[in-house]
Design a protein around this ligand. Structure first.
Ligand code: FE
Length: 210
């Protein structure tokens, strides 16, 4: 009887010690007031950033669909395929950089679960010119979307302007967008000229030089 009583006592002591240890291991760092006060981006700006991340992912998957189309053995345009694989990678990187930016500002905590959604993309039997025109339209939409994002993050109130983000979006993202649009416009012009004089051979030669 004494042995059973002693065993029960030992068990109770072990459970108590175990619980005390578990409580001492709970991390309370995030409850520190400094972490609550640190993120200072305005909600409309954060929401617009999240929309922009989705736009970049959409562009990335759209270009991946185009790259796959030009990679099929019945289309076989390796230049176009490589061009769109590269574009898909760049758009994914744009999305990643905006995620990293939100992380740097401490704005990812509660938003991660809805941040990345699988987009629906257009598929078609694209010719070279049709694909470049679709890409141009897509880039024009993305440029408009970045401009809207900048406007939102400038805010309307006295202390609303998110100077650092606005500077980053204007100097890095818009700069790249405008150069990209100019490049596509030039490619469309050249391909149209080549096809007007050489027909299908024009697209073949253009593909070789991409
Ligand atoms: Fe982009």
């Amino acid at each position: 009887m004494m042995k059973v009583f002693a065993s029960i006592c030992l068990l109770v002591v072990l459970v108590a010690v175990n619980q005390a240890q578990a409580e001492s291991l709970v991390c309370n760092v995030r409850t520190n007031a400094i972490f609550k006060a640190w993120p200072d981006m305005k909600t409309p700006c954060v929401n617009s950033m999240r929309k922009q991340i989705q736009k970049e992912i959409h562009a990335s998957v759209q270009y991946l669909a185009m790259a796959a189309h030009f990679s099929t053995d019945t289309v076989n345009r390796p230049g176009f395929a490589e061009h769109f694989f590269k574009a898909a990678k760049e758009e994914r990187e744009h999305g990643s950089k905006l995620v990293e930016y939100l992380s740097m500002r401490g704005e990812l905590t509660d938003t991660v679960k809805n941040l990345i959604q699988v987009p629906t993309v257009k598929t078609a039997n694209w010719s070279g010119i049709a694909a470049l025109e679709d890409a141009f339209k897509l880039e024009t939409e993305v440029t408009k979307s970045i401009r809207d994002l900048i406007k939102t993050c400038e805010g309307t109130g006295k202390d609303d302007n998110d100077y650092h983000l606005v500077d980053y979006l204007t100097g890095v993202y818009l700069e790249e967008q405008l150069h990209g649009q100019r490049e596509l416009a030039g490619q469309i012009t050249t391909l149209e000229k080549m096809m007007s004089t050489h027909g299908e051979l024009g697209e073949f030669l253009f593909d070789k030089n991409m």
